[in-house]
Design a protein around this ligand. Structure first.
Ligand SMILES: C[S@@+](CC[C@H](N)C(=O)[O-])C[C@H]1O[C@@H](n2cnc3c(N)ncnc32)[C@H](O)[C@@H]1O
Ligand SMILES: [Zn+2]
Length: 265
């Protein structure tokens, strides 16, 4: 597998080298490569949170239907246009977007997520990608080593992204626009609300683009259950709403995404 030495030791910050079995630094800190091919670089003081197994499995099933193709294609188009050599997917989940980029771009890709369950699935789908269990707020990466960071539906670590990006390099953020999944929310909540649209403090970056893409898709009962389970609504919605959703055979749902492209100054 192609690699460059941009990983840094989570214990001491020195450069990490690797052989077939493990990653190691000059100070003799070792990190075994799991049999699935990923490495866990979370230090023991960082609690391995991230999405639980149920959410990860639901997302894996939902993505099999390619319902978010519109976003996948947009991310791929922008990535090709920017022609990065080194990409970081910060919070890659089970790698729906990462795999698309790995299949269609020649870049070296490093994908991080706190959830081991997600990383295991992702690594199987795109073996060329370096998959690493780590916290996006403390990435085990050398400063100014990356050409493009992707942050897709994931907590955004602006300062950490700024640190790891080369000068003039890019951050592409994608997340929900105000009416994303509105019809599903109207089904499960008595008083559904539009997603709040927040402005990001992008000190140290220039914002180059800020736009939305949207479409209406038709979801089956299984799709709806998976989609619901992979969103935060699963924790907050009333049980009556969940029952209504589980009894719905088919629903037309708006998917609406906001994309923001930043350039490091
Ligand atoms: C909604 S999912 C999005 C995954 C993927 N980008 C996608 O769009 O399919 C959010 C992901 O962020 C991960 N995550 C949450 N907080 C994190 C953190 N601090 N560091 C790394 N990953 C984190 C979760 O484990 C989960 O896989
Ligand atoms: Zn070390």
């Amino acid at each position: 597998m192609r690699s460059v030495n941009i990983l840094s030791c989570p214990n001491c910050g020195k450069e990490l080298c690797h052989n077939d079995k493990s990653y190691y630094c000059l100070n003799n800190h070792h990190f075994d490569i799991a049999k699935e091919g990923y490495v866990n670089l979370l230090v023991h003081t960082q609690k391995p949170t991230g999405d639980n197994k149920e959410m990860v499995m639901a997302r894996r099933e939902f993505f099999k239907g390619d319902h978010y193709k519109i976003l996948k294609d947009e991310i791929l188009k922008t990535t090709k246009e920017l022609a990065p050599e080194i990409i970081v997917d910060a919070g890659a989940g089970e790698g729906y977007y990462t795999k698309a980029i790995s299949d269609h771009c020649d870049a070296l890709i490093y994908a991080f997520d706190m959830s081991k369950n997600a990383i295991k699935i992702a690594k199987k789908k795109a073996p060329k990608v370096h998959y690493i269990v780590a916290n996006v707020f403390h990435l085990p990466l050398i400063s100014e080593s990356v050409d493009l960071v992707l942050s897709v539906f994931t907590p955004l670590a602006m300062k950490e992204n700024h640190r790891i990006l080369k000068k003039g390099a890019y951050l592409l953020k994608a997340g929900p626009a105000s009416d994303h999944l509105f019809e599903m929310k109207a089904l499960v909540y008595d008083a559904p609300y539009l997603n709040p649209i927040k402005e990001i403090d992008h000190e140290g970056f220039e914002k180059l683009r800020d736009y939305e893409i949207k479409e209406v898709i038709t979801l089956s009962n299984d799709d709806l259950k998976n989609l619901f389970t992979m969103t935060p609504y699963v924790h907050s919605c009333p049980s009556s709403g969940k029952e209504r959703l589980f009894k719905t055979d088919e629903l037309k749902v708006t998917i609406a995404f906001r994309l923001e492209l930043f350039k490091k100054l």
